[in-house]
Design a protein around this ligand. Structure first.
Ligand SMILES: Cc1cc2nc3c(=O)[nH]c(=O)nc-3n(C[C@H](O)[C@H](O)[C@H](O)COP(=O)(O)O)c2cc1C
Length: 142
């Protein structure tokens, strides 16, 4: 499951409310400018794929397209909407996940650390930082 919180005035809010579907695309350092541009323009006024030089690809289970340049795409269907005041929270089920094949090693393990993921914190963009540990490392025996 995943959730996104979107202001009611956004075009994205209108589309997701109508279709109950969306695709969540993880973004990379290489995509930072395109991401920012998509975050300040509205799909009401521009074609964001064209304007940000991004490539749409057809999803398998939902009507919304994914972004080919994203290393991970998650096809989502809305299960519940919670109105929070400024934003509505769309709680959704992930129906399908697409992963760039170059991130999958010979043993079939996803090497997400090689994707160059983009992070957004307090209004600024960063390359995701260095690895500090792994799930459960605080209790693992040496
Ligand atoms: C990095 C970033 C994150 C954003 N996150 C959100 C968010 O979580 N919810 C939201 O309603 N708007 C968010 N915005 C603002 C929308 O992306 C922006 O208003 C955009 O123009 C909406 O496009 P749309 O009208 O096509 O939906 C964010 C913008 C940026 C740059």
């Amino acid at each position: 499951m995943v959730s996104v919180s979107i202001r009611p005035q956004r075009f994205s809010h209108e589309i997701i409310s109508e279709t109950h579907e969306f695709v969540l695309n993880l973004t990379t350092v290489a995509m930072a400018k395109a991401v920012d541009w998509c975050g300040v323009k509205s799909g009401r006024d521009v074609d964001k794929f064209e304007g940000a030089h991004l490539t749409p690809f057809s999803s398998e289970l939902v009507s919304a397209p994914g972004i080919a340049e994203s290393p991970v795409n998650m096809e989502c269907r809305v299960k519940k909407v919670v109105s929070l005041g400024s934003h509505d929270m769309f709680i959704a089920e992930i129906l399908a996940v697409h992963v760039s094949q170059e991130l999958v090693d010979k043993r079939g393990k996803l090497r997400l650390e090689d994707a160059g993921l983009l992070a957004y914190s307090h209004g600024e963009y960063y390359a995701l930082g260095k690895r500090l540990g792994f799930f459960g490392y605080s209790v693992k025996k040496r």
